[in-house]
Design a protein around this ligand. Structure first.
Ligand code: SAH
Length: 397
């Protein structure tokens, strides 16, 4: 199998319907299978040249033989997709992060479409890199990606966490692979002055929620009194806010997450963080029944809407936890509420919150409308690259 489809290799010529071509012109990067006229002509995971029905070149794209998303564009126009092309994309991603001032040692270095490298995620935890290859083409490019990463960051190891379920849509197996030294089970990362232990091989995502780092920091500015961090995972929010609060309850349904959060609280000498294994829905209901009140509540649930079909049910779930949190807050209390479903747009999220506030009989003042950390860049014309919403609300009665 070839690593790159450079200019010297035959490149399949794929023809797309007008609807697909229009999408690309408007700045999206994807073309769906139903808009591809001759999919049989391309190899799985290859780089192809894409033309409209009149023969004009639209650009070069990664091809998938399995996914509903057949084409993910790399370039507009007839650009050579060779090693130099990929080197340039990695270099540009680094330049962007320098400009954004993100921590060079602990950050997402490549964020798929947001960095115009569809299907690829690279997170850096100091001298360890964790990579997710999500599509056929990035699997095929793994040797080249490995070379570029070794050269650019000289990591002790690269862990390919190719165990994300989305790979199944591409017909790819789920597995982990290590290049270089063995990967330690856990490592400790600094988040501002705090230490967070993360698990690279078995933790969620690539080990931690880098996308929430800026929001952890923002939460710290507002948190006070009695606080609840619901859906806490390793305690990213709880650990950041604890020394501003009297008491913090960190709640997660996963026993592993709870023990990680507990050890993170201990590691930072925090004695006022109580880590509780519970279903947050039940927990909120119980606390309400008990007449408990809070000054700060954080809600950071997993993506309830995995697809468009589950949107309605997801919104009911979001509304339920937000409504309960609003009713649990004292007047002037702070609600930091997140959604990481990209199917829930910022507008829909805001409407849901308004609806929850209506039912709770309170006003919600918007202190901040936030999103994912800057090292997860958003392409304006690819709405799927914006997935995380984080509103900081002040609840008034
Ligand atoms: N707040 C974390 C990330 C949370 S990810 C951070 O900033 O790092 C979402 C978490 O919700 C996961 O740890 C998952 O185990 C947990 N979870 C999922 N369903 C839950 C439920 N019904 N009740 C409580 N926790 C749940």
């Amino acid at each position: 199998m070839t690593e790159t489809a450079g200019p010297t290799l035959p490149t399949a010529q794929i023809v797309v319907r007008k609807r697909g071509a229009d999408r690309i012109r408007r700045g999206h990067l994807w073309i769906y299978r139903s808009d591809v006229l001759n999919p049989k002509e391309a190899e799985p995971g290859s780089v192809v040249a894409v033309r409209n029905e009149r023969g004009a070149v639209l650009g070069k794209a990664f091809f998938s033989s399995q996914s509903q998303i057949s084409l993910r564009f790399l370039s507009r126009g007839d650009v050579a997709i060779d090693e130099a092309f990929f080197h340039d994309r990695f270099a540009a991603a680094d330049v962007l992060r320098q400009r954004l001032g993100v921590d060079p040692l602990l950050s997402r270095r490549i964020y798929t479409e947001g960095d115009l490298l569809p299907g690829l995620i690279v997170d850096r935890y100091r001298d360890r890199l964790v990579v997710q290859s999500l599509i056929q083409a990035t699997d095929r490019l793994q040797p080249l990606v490995t070379r570029i990463l070794m050269e650019r960051y000289q990591p002790r190891s690269i862990l390919f966490r190719n165990d994300s379920r989305v790979r199944e849509l591409e017909g790819l197996e789920l597995k982990q692979e290590v290049v270089g030294e063995p990967v330690p089970e856990t490592l400790v990362a600094n988040e501002d002055e705090k230490e967070i232990e993360i698990s690279l091989t078995s933790g969620q995502k690539t080990g931690s929620y880098l996308d929430q780092r800026d929001n952890h920091r923002a939460a710290r500015r507002y948190a006070r009194g009695r606080a609840l961090d619901a859906f806490s995972y390793a305690g990213g929010f709880a650990v950041q806010i604890a020394d501003r609060c009297e008491h913090v309850e960190a709640v997660d349904i996963s026993a592993e997450a709870v023990s990680l959060a507990r050890s993170n609280a201990g590691r930072n000498g925090l004695t006022n963080v109580e880590c509780i294994e519970a279903n947050a829905f039940d927990f909120l209901r119980e606390r309400h029944k008990e007449g408990r009140r809070y000054d700060t509540i954080i809600l950071d649930p997993p993506a309830f809407a995995k697809n468009k079909e589950s949107l309605e049910g997801a919104l009911r779930g979001y509304k339920e936890i937000n409504n309960r949190a609003m009713r649990l807050l004292r007047p002037g209390g702070i609600l930091i509420t997140c959604s990481c479903s990209h199917h829930v747009s910022e507008g829909i999220f805001a409407e849901m919150l308004a609806d929850a506030a209506k039912d709770a009989g309170c006003w919600a003042r918007v202190l901040e409308r936030r999103t994912q950390a800057a090292d997860h860049p958003i392409l304006l014309t690819v709405p799927e690259t914006l997935y995380l919403k984080c509103f900081i609300l002040e609840i008034r009665y």
